[in-house]
Design a protein around this ligand. Structure first.
Ligand code: HEM
Length: 447
């Protein structure tokens, strides 16, 4: 043990029983042993890092020591996309390229395309019982298509992309579970799951390639992300191939796919369970918007709306755990983590901990008023991650969720059809079996 560090606590054998209640319950349980806790992930020793200080150390302060590692290597075997799974020079280049599209200043430019597609889609939702989570996934794809490659997708293509994204994420979850447990990759084996993945990739190709082809043939540069990808040229004068462009586009679709839909589903779920907060939110939307169309400038006035979204992401962070591997020994919160370890910064535990939050399990959007927000401990709230790999689409995702939630509330009154919603056992923290609601026309509807 190095000077200034102490032994890491280990999970005990009986802690494993908590896995029966799901991985989040297990993480909460073992986090009781300390800020950094060693446990076995199959054959691999892993370290759960659940304190705000530890999350900050791993993801920001000493980020160079923590790479995406073998889990992402596995993802790369099946699919590229430097931005989402990359590391090193390729990732840096792509992040730099995509950054201007995603920074805060660019949002006013994306607003109208996003608003129009959301308003049109939500207004056409049928009254009665709907599976909200699936609807939101489809809407998320429409938003991405409209803003990233400036195209309207047909219903068939939307469903095709949604199914391909869903399967790709399912495949990733299943196959990377082996890797994280120290078992060999099965990505190249002749398995029905790998065969299905190839079919899903072909389905994406059939949708995305014609869009790329059309844009190349048109030869006009447009200020959307596809335009930037198509125009990019490296030091040797080489531009991205169609496959590379497809990988980046699909990588973004994957990054966006379950995250915004899950967060919004949890928002609606929590609002339905807290009618007094829903009333306050509806009153704000009515006061700020009246019956007119939502404008970009309104977003800054809709503070309850923003607080509801941020608080829902505190209680249910879609990326509840982040996967890293240490290159060298490090000391985190006074505990030594050896080189080559799997290290897991865990937003779920920190965001629900009494150490950082009063009455942590209560749904209280006022935690995110400007005054109270400034009191949040650094590292205690990280639904979009921390450090250089922090979600590139924070502003994009938040704006999208604000627009969608505002439009839903203006159109509909909602009642939960399934009162008991659990957490799905998969990569993203999604409601299981999805949130189903009963929609009736909002009494205070718009003009
Ligand atoms: C509620 C919505 C979202 C949440 C909670 C979320 C969460 C996250 C988190 C926690 C990370 C960091 C993962 C890590 O450190 O390994 C991340 C990365 C990323 N997200 Fe998001 N995300 C959301 C929406 C989106 C959207 C809409 C897009 C695409 C338009 C997107 C694209 C990405 C990309 C490309 C990365 C990789 C960044 C990098 O490694 O440089 N995300 N996201």
């Amino acid at each position: 043990m190095s000077a200034g560090s102490s032994a890491v606590s280990s999970a005990r054998l009986h802690d494993a029983l908590w896995l029966l209640r799901g991985p989040q319950a297990f993480a909460e349980r073992i986090a009781r042993h300390g800020d950094v806790v060693r446990f076995s992930l199959g054959l691999t020793p892993a370290y759960l890092v659940s304190s705000a200080e530890g999350i900050h150390r791993v993801s920001q302060e000493n980020f160079k020591n923590y790479v995406k590692g073998r889990l992402y290597d596995e993802l790369r075997r099946a699919y590229g996309g430097e931005l989402i799974v990359g590391e090193g020079a390729g990732w840096r280049r792509m992040r730099k390229l995509a950054q201007p599209f995603f920074n805060a200043k660019a949002m006013s430019g994306h607003f109208e395309a996003m608003r129009a597609i959301v308003a049109q889609d939500v207004a056409a939702w049928p009254l009665g019982r709907i599976q909200l989570t699936t609807r939101l996934q489809e809407l998320g794809l429409l938003v991405m298509a409209a803003t990233i490659f400036g195209e309207d997708l047909s219903e068939e293509d939307t469903k095709g992309l949604r199914d391909a994204c869903a399967y790709r994420l399912e495949w990733a979850y299943e196959s990377t579970r082996w890797i994280t447990m120290g078992l060999p990759s099965t990505a190249t084996w002749l398995l029905p799951s790998n065969e299905r993945l190839r079919r899903e990739i072909a389905r994406v190709d059939a949708i995305v390639h014609p869009i790329i082809k059309k844009r190349r043939e048109q030869g006009i540069s447009r200020p959307d992300l596809l335009g930037a990808l198509l125009a990019t040229v490296d030091e040797e004068g080489r531009s991205l191939s169609d496959l590379e462009v497809r990988d980046e586009v699909f990588g973004l679709l994957l990054g966006a796919h379950e995250t915004t839909a899950s967060s919004l589903s949890w928002c609606i779920y929590l609002l339905c369970k807290h009618p007094e907060i829903e009333r306050a939110l509806r009153a704000e939307v009515r006061r700020v918007l009246g019956t007119r169309r939502l404008a970009f400038e309104d977003l800054a006035q809709l503070t309850v709306l923003r607080g509801v979204i941020e608080e829902a992401m505190r209680l249910y962070p879609p990326a509840w755990l982040v996967f890293r591997e240490s290159l060298e020994d490090d000391v985190v919160c006074g505990h030594r983590i050896p080189a080559g370890s799997v290290v897991l910064p865990c937003a779920w535990v920190a965001q629900r901990s009494e150490r950082y939050w009063a009455n942590p399990l209560a749904f209280d959007p006022s935690r995110f008023t400007p005054e109270r927000r400034s009191q949040i401990t650094r590292g205690a709230y990280s639904p979009f991650g921390v450090g250089p790999h922090q979600c590139i689409a924070i502003h994009f995702g938040l704006m999208e969720m604000q627009i969608i939630l505002a439009e839903i509330l203006r159109n509909f009154e909602l009642r939960l059809s399934n009162e008991r919603v659990g957490i799905a056992i998969k990569g993203t923290l999604s409601p299981s079996p999805g949130v189903t609601v009963n929609l009736t026309r909002a009494s205070s509807g718009r003009a």
